[in-house]
Design a protein around this ligand. Structure first.
Ligand SMILES: Nc1nc2c(ncn2[C@@H]2O[C@H](COP(=O)(O)OP(=O)(O)OP(=O)(O)O)[C@@H](O)[C@H]2O)c(=O)[nH]1
Ligand SMILES: [Mg+2]
Length: 266
């Protein structure tokens, strides 16, 4: 049996478990991109009024960096494929996965770049750093050295990006392997570093799946929020004010649309 697909719909609908209606919360209040309970009200209004401009067509680039075997590939595979492989297979160069979300009713995609941690592949991997909106620095909570190297990974990733325009995440993996006492010790250091480099801190396990979905939802939401805010800023306050005027006085409709037209052509 064949199914007719309308010519407009190139992509299947977003998976039901990729729909974000509320702002997912931070992991630690001390190290968060921000600690607000809800999406920015300007962003919520813009989404309700479908004034998100090009954001609905956007694909935000996320790069995942960190030492070899800390669990970067497993983290992405747990989220994207709900799979976990206990055997280590080094990433050679880079891999990438696409994930489509719907945030506050607006389509939004993440392109997740999984880079190699092995030194010999670093120079290939670093050529893919450019244009990242989110940088995820991964370490293993059972390996202090991997946390120590986080700063270097960040420095390398920032060489290719504008530091004022990226959101940073510091992520500790393999939480399932550490005892609560061991974990709380490394957590202190990790949070301290995260505060210093202005990254949001997370700890999770790709084996059990603990916090994996929450983490990616948080990345998608914060990237989305930043994109909508940038879009609103670009379109300017006059433009936003005009839309409100349309409803209050029909005479303004003409004035507003004329003004808009002339803006477009300039
Ligand atoms: N117990 C446990 N093991 C994990 C976890 N995440 C990853 N591992 C194991 O750690 C090893 C390395 O995982 P990868 O995801 O391949 O590491 P990577 O960071 O991608 O390594 P490179 O590609 O070489 O940079 C594998 O044997 C995984 O099974 C986890 O959350 N818990
Ligand atoms: Mg890998």
């Amino acid at each position: 049996m064949s199914v007719r697909v309308p010519s407009m719909s190139v992509l299947p609908p977003v998976r039901r478990d990729r729909i974000i209606a509320q702002l997912p919360q931070f992991y630690s209040k001390k190290a968060a991109v921000h600690t607000k309970d809800e999406f920015n009200s300007k962003v919520k209004t813009a989404c309700q009024e479908q004034r998100t401009g090009t954001v609905g067509f956007k694909i935000a680039k996320v790069i995942v960096v960190g030492d070899l075997a800390v669990g970067k590939t497993c983290l992405i595979n747990r989220f994207c494929k709900d799979a976990f492989d206990k055997n280590y297979k080094a990433t050679i160069g880079v891999d990438f996965e696409m994930e489509r979300f719907e945030v506050l009713g607006v389509p939004f995609s993440l392109q997740l770049w999984d880079t190699a941690g092995q030194e010999r592949f670093k120079c290939i991997a670093s050529t893919y750093y450019r244009g990242a909106q989110t940088i995820v620095i991964v370490f293993d909570v059972n390996d202090v050295a991997s946390l120590g190297h986080a700063r270097q990974w960040l420095e390398d990733a920032l060489k290719e990006n504008d530091p004022t325009n990226v959101q940073l995440f510091l992520v500790g993996t393999k939480k399932d392997l550490s005892s609560p006492a061991q974990y709380s010790q490394i957590e202190q250091d990790a949070i301290e570093l995260a505060e210093e480099i202005k990254a949001e801190y997370w700890a999770l396990s790709s084996l059990t799946g603990e916090n994996v979905r929450e983490f990616f939802f948080r990345i998608a939401s914060l990237a989305f929020e930043a994109n909508v805010l940038a879009e609103l800023e670009k379109s300017g306050s006059r433009h936003i004010g005009d839309v409100i005027k349309i409803n209050s006085n029909s005479n303004n409709v003409y004035a507003t649309s004329k003004k808009k037209q002339s803006n477009c052509c300039q």
